[in-house]
Design a protein around this ligand. Structure first.
Ligand code: NAG
Ligand code: NAG
Ligand code: NAG
Ligand code: NAG
Ligand code: NAG
Length: 332
């Protein structure tokens, strides 16, 4: 009896110790404040965003991956400041029309709809940067993926340059060294880089993006020798030579139902990473060890949530910096 009681106390004890270790005094107070940022001014904000996101992803399953990618691409250029949402105009070509974003980022309409819903209830309070950050979290949580804490109080930036995408966003052809350097620039470790790549468990790309690996490479028949030969044959069927450039291919070939799971990492171990940048993660001993670690669902969900929390809190604008945009596509 006594033993049972003691055992049942263990999780609580462990939890208390963890909370204590991960929440140094001081940091906690500030964090807490920002979690509750809209509690007074716009208590409905979080639910309103979530409603719009759930409706949109129910109608178009692919939007969950799209929103996560949009959030990531926003945060990797000038922090999570909604800069990716700004439209190009006569005097400026914006991030969304830059290399790596153009023709492939989507989900802007969902953010517009969420912003409209929030503005209708509490105008000029909730930033587009916060809405995008909430939307990405809700989109992934809603498909059974990990959830992470989203602080609020980010302000919207007023600058967005297409020219900044190339030096800040990972490319589909990046190698391990390139990727590591790029993530290190944002203070992410190689481990966090591998963890975040796990987002490729959902989403899709276009045949045109992998033509080079299938038909113009150094292996037999022009196939990239680091690509699983069986998988290459399947991909060649879906993406015949010089055709179907715009046809969609799933990032994770085992993903038929938008499941956020560890299959991406298991695929990598079988050399079934779709992009060269995916294959790069198992191109050396260090990468292979990091990938192996993430084949545990518990580990992956914990680490992914933690990496996302770090990402969405990096380099953000806080009052009095920036502004609260009225329309997410334009500065005020
Ligand atoms: C063009 O967009 C930039 C930000 O993306 C903004 O600062 C600028 O005011 C806009 N120019 C015009 C003429 O709207
Ligand atoms: C990375 O960390 C350094 C040192 O703490 C800090 O000065 C820098 O601003 C950080 N960079 C980013 C992108 O957060
Ligand atoms: C094939 O690859 C070579 C070398 O990377 C490149 O110069 C060439 O343009 C590519 N051809 C096609 C059809 O993509
Ligand atoms: C796919 O997801 C839908 C909706 O969540 C569910 O009804 C269906 O049973 C799932 N199909 C498979 C094969 O898991
Ligand atoms: C290629 O994938 C198949 C399963 O589709 C797997 O059995 C095989 O081990 C993989 N080959 C390599 C070299 O990883």
């Amino acid at each position: 009896m006594e033993r049972t009681n003691r055992l049942s106390m263990m999780p609580i004890l462990i939890w208390t110790i963890c909370v204590w270790i991960f929440s140094p005094p001081g940091a906690e107070a500030q964090f807490d404040y920002r979690v509750k940022f809209y509690r007074e001014e716009c208590p409905q904000a979080r639910e309103l965003v979530k409603d719009v996101v759930l409706k949109a992803t129910a109608a178009d399953m692919g939007l969950s991956a799209a929103l996560l990618r949009l959030n990531f691409h926003d945060c990797f250029i000038r922090g999570c400041d909604g800069s990716v949402l700004l439209d190009s105009n006569f005097t400026n070509i914006a991030e969304k029309d830059g290399f790596g974003n153009m023709f492939s980022l989507r989900g802007y309409r969902v953010i517009d709809d969420a912003k409209a819903a929030v503005e209708a209830v509490c105008p000029n309070i909730v930033s587009c940067a916060d809405i995008l950050t909430l939307a990405a979290r809700d989109a992934i949580a809603s498909i059974g993926g990990p959830a992470w804490r989203v602080t609020s109080g980010r302000r919207d930036g007023v600058v967005s340059y297409a020219s900044e995408t190339i030096d800040n966003l990972p490319a589909h052809y990046s190698d391990f060294a390139d990727l590591t350097r790029l993530f290190a620039k944002k203070n992410f470790t190689a481990k966090e880089m591998v963890v975040l790549a796990g987002a490729h468990t959902i989403g899709r790309t276009k045949c045109g993006m992998i033509h080079g690996r299938l038909y113009n490479n150094s292996g037999p028949d022009g196939v990239d020798p680091t690509l699983n030969a069986t998988y290459a044959v399947e991909l060649k069927k879906q993406c015949p030579f010089r055709t179907n450039f715009f046809k969609h291919v799933p990032m994770d070939p085992t993903n038929h139902n938008n499941t956020f799971d560890t299959n991406y990492f298991k695929n990598l171990q079988h050399h079934k990473g779709l992009f060269k940048s995916d294959a790069a993660l198992v191109s050396n001993v260090k990468g292979r060890a990091l990938v192996a670690l993430q084949t545990s669902t518990r580990r992956f969900f914990l680490d992914f949530g933690a990496a996302m929390e770090k990402m969405i809190n990096t380099e953000i604008l806080i009052s009095p910096q920036g502004e609260i945009r009225t329309n997410c596509r334009h500065t005020n």
